[in-house]
Design a binder for this molecule. Structure first.
Ligand SMILES: O=C(O)CCC(=O)C(=O)O
Ligand SMILES: [Fe+2]
Length: 280
């Protein structure tokens, strides 16, 4: 097997629960995804007969017209969001065999799996709060197995204005942390978005925070137990990013609950892990 990681990268991931791999994906893997997004935005614009002029496609402006589309009606953005995770080139990238290789290099004796319902393309719109992720570990939101990896990769260059994701390196060592299942300060948030880490301020203050400024093609590998949160987009453009999630069939907790999925699969986390839920 051709190795993808050096020994020092494997060790950095063990220590931090986080690893940035610049230029992991090729332009030829990303361009068809960006082209399809451009076309889907066009189909929605045409469907609602909106008068939104668009520049011809390029990788740098694949979302041209999207800000005007959601200004016209925010629900049109929801149609695009649901559609883009079904782009064949995106699903091909989800199943890139190099994801299994990475898993095998980062975890001894793993049998990697793709988390159904655990992949998608986030569109974090400027000055929008409803779909921002609070501080969280991936496990309660996804389940499947305690041992899992998020593969996070941007489709636009990430700048400080776009609100990069913030991570607490080393926080995976806390193990699975308890959550509250409703967020009284954000009543509009639902499902996984409503989970609040119990003792959030205490846990996040124990660790440094990093917010990598990545570019299209770069990959951020995230341990399912590392604390992280969405930044706040104060830019002019939506922050488009891809998420692929893999888990490990061999991990005992996941195996014992039958590799159940969480909210995106209609499962209430409280029924699987009552001991990790704090009563409100
Ligand atoms: O992109 C974001 O804002 C959050 C990403 C995240 O929480 C994840 O990929 O698991
Ligand atoms: Fe996450």
């Amino acid at each position: 097997m051709n190795r993808l990681l050096s020994q020092s990268q494997v060790e950095a991931f063990r220590d931090d629960g986080l690893l940035v791999l610049p230029g992991f994906y090729q332009e030829a893997q990303l361009a068809p995804i960006q082209r399809a997004i451009y076309d889907i935005i066009g189909l929605v614009i045409d469907k609602y007969r909106l008068d939104i002029p668009r520049a011809p496609f390029s990788s740098a402006n694949f979302d041209d017209g999207y800000q005007a589309l959601i200004r016209s009606n925010r629900r049109y953005g929801g149609e695009v969001y649901d559609a883009v995770k079904q782009i064949p080139a995106f699903i091909r990238l989800l199943a890139d065999p190099r994801h299994e290789t990475l898993f095998a290099e980062l975890r001894d004796d793993a049998q990697p799996a793709i988390a159904a319902g655990g992949y998608g393309i986030r569109i974090d719109n400027p000055f929008e709060d409803k779909f921002r992720a609070n501080w969280h570990q991936e496990y309660p939101a996804q389940l499947r197995s305690l041992d899992g990896l998020v593969f996070w990769s941007p489709l636009v260059p990430i700048t400080p204005e776009l609100g990069p994701v913030v991570f607490c390196p080393g926080s995976h060592r806390e193990g699975a942390l308890a959550v509250r299942t409703s967020d009284p300060s954000n009543p509009e948030k639902a499902g996984a978005y409503a989970l609040v880490l119990n003792g959030e301020a205490e846990y996040t203050s124990r660790y440094p925070q990093v917010a990598p400024l990545t570019r299209p093609g770069d990959l951020v590998v995230v341990d399912f137990l590392v604390l992280h949160a969405s930044g706040f987009n104060q830019g002019q453009r939506s922050r488009w990013s891809m998420q692929f999630r893999y888990f490990n069939y061999r991990e005992p907790t996941g195996r014992s609950h039958g590799w159940k999925g969480s909210y995106a699969n209609g499962v209430d986390f409280r029924t699987v892990h009552p001991e990790l839920c704090v009563k409100d």
